[in-house]
Design a protein around this ligand. Sequence first.
Ligand code: NAG
Ligand code: NAG
Ligand code: NAG
Ligand code: NAG
Ligand code: NAG
Length: 271
Amino acid sequence: MGASKISTSLIFLSCLLLASSVTTAAFNITAILGDIPSFSNFNDLLSKAGLVKAINSQSPVTILAIPNEHIGDLAGKPADVIKITLMTHVVLDYYDLLKLANAKNGTRMTTLFQKTGVATYDQGFLILNRSHGQLIFSSAAKGAPHNVQVVATVTQHPFNYSIISVSSAIMTPGVDGTSLQEPPKAAGAPAPAKKVSPPPASEAPEAPTPSDDATAPSPDAPSDAPKSDAPASQAPAADADDDKNKNASFKHLASSTLGLVAVLASFLAAY
Ligand SMILES: *[C@@H]1O[C@H](CO)[C@@H](O)[C@H](O)[C@H]1NC(C)=O
Ligand SMILES: *[C@@H]1O[C@H](CO)[C@@H](O)[C@H](O)[C@H]1NC(C)=O
Ligand SMILES: *[C@@H]1O[C@H](CO)[C@@H](O)[C@H](O)[C@H]1NC(C)=O
Ligand SMILES: *[C@@H]1O[C@H](CO)[C@@H](O)[C@H](O)[C@H]1NC(C)=O
Ligand SMILES: *[C@@H]1O[C@H](CO)[C@@H](O)[C@H](O)[C@H]1NC(C)=O
């Protein structure tokens, strides 16, 4: 068999391998959450709000995901409230549990909502606080409730993306018809208040589609949420999900590689 033919097949093979590994590496929030049934409602809401493209193209990014059993309250709200709230669950930086545990009390994080330019005062930022060994997220806007706990790692890919589960939706003052108060005067405070309006939609938000599970009442308070004082205490369930994802992508890679070996074998057999 001719050397040039072998090198042609090798070039062909490497192109395919390259294409295959690029496909495997691309971040697709819909596909990752699609493998985890307990986040199906959150995943649906991201799609309906038209946020998938914006999230997938963000790197680094951290998504604070709300499990089905604690998303009922948010899912019942108007589409623009859902969209803004989901945007505040997308942090424009990489944080895994270890980095959160080492973050300073009061660490401020910029969210996707800030990027729209329509956030008022501190609505586009989150604050991480530590209290009684728990990591607590809240909106940075004045008067925000401080009741959302960090629960566990869903998946992580340092230092590009991380998905962390939280105990419920982080609500932003002024978004859900609640009043937004002016923050205490500080140097470089933002311009006067303006009315909060839905962000300029690159993909128009769809009307919320009523669906059985999306409107399901949320059960009792998340008192059963696993404690998260140390990164070592990740919930076993989330670890299993994490493994499942890794295995799934490994299998994906393995099966495409097997396919390529078969292609190469048939090339060699032909000469
Ligand atoms: C992301 O994954 C979903 C579900 O697997 C799929 O329908 C969608 O086409 C993927 N998007 C991209 C950009 O690959
Ligand atoms: C969060 O931490 C910062 C910095 O220590 C502090 O100023 C702020 O009051 C804290 N907020 C809450 C609700 O504990
Ligand atoms: C974080 O700040 C809050 C409010 O100032 C305080 O109650 C809490 O004890 C602080 N936590 C740590 C670990 O310093
Ligand atoms: C991961 O992040 C690095 C640097 O932050 C960047 O160069 C790389 O393209 C990112 N990879 C993916 C798959 O987003
Ligand atoms: C993933 O694969 C590893 C070995 O590579 C195995 O130990 C583990 O049990 C697998 N996890 C799942 C969820 O299949």
